[in-house]
Ligand binder design. Structure first.
Ligand code: FE
Ligand code: FE
Ligand code: MG
Length: 170
């Protein structure tokens, strides 16, 4: 980004870059969490859940594009080694060792809640000080909120399905 674009920011740029690099690492881990989970997943509603998880994976990758673009604009260095992702990320990657749909969805749900927290913080930090990063954070935040809602709905439907099976002794 041009010098003036950086000069006008009324905040600690290094602190912001730290947060953005952590977010970048989290997006890549979230991408893989969805991408591998969707492929391993087994159980009811598979044909509905799988494409949605793959769509979410793509959306996480798009968040990584937004974040890395902003890091570079700010004159920062994006995380260069994938090996650093788990150190930078606050949202923990959970290996999908159990492929049951409910377990996979709960892993993704934990990730989404962590992402919501992350972008809420970046939005707060930049509010009224760095409009460009703020707008980006809000855009991503809205999508993470949507992701959380989608997963909660799948989990509710699965719960309902289990209750009905019990009730009607299917
Ligand atoms: Fe994301
Ligand atoms: Fe998400
Ligand atoms: Mg969705």
């Amino acid at each position: 980004m041009g010098k003036h674009g950086i000069e006008i920011l009324n905040l600690d740029k290094n602190e912001l870059l730290r947060m953005l690099n952590e977010a970048l690492a989290e997006e890549w881990l979230a991408y893989y969490q969805y991408w591998i989970g969707a492929r391993l997943m087994e159980g009811p509603m598979r044909s509905e859940v799988e494409p949605e998880l793959l769509l979410h994976a793509t959306q996480e990758l798009n968040h990584a594009v937004l974040v890395v673009t902003r890091i570079i604009q700010l004159g920062g260095t994006p995380v260069l080694h994938p090996a650093e992702w788990p150190n930078l990320a606050r949202c923990e990657y959970e290996a999908p060792v159990d492929p049951y749909v409910e377990v996979i969805l709960n892993q993704n749900l934990t990730g989404e809640r962590c992402a919501i927290q992350r972008y809420q913080e970046i939005a707060d930090f930049t509010n009224g000080k760095d409009h460009s990063t703020h707008q980006m954070a809000v855009t991503i935040l809205n999508e993470e909120i949507e992701h959380e809602q989608d997963i909660e709905e799948f989990l509710m439907d699965l719960q309902r399905l289990k209750e009905d099976m019990r009730k009607f002794r299917i």
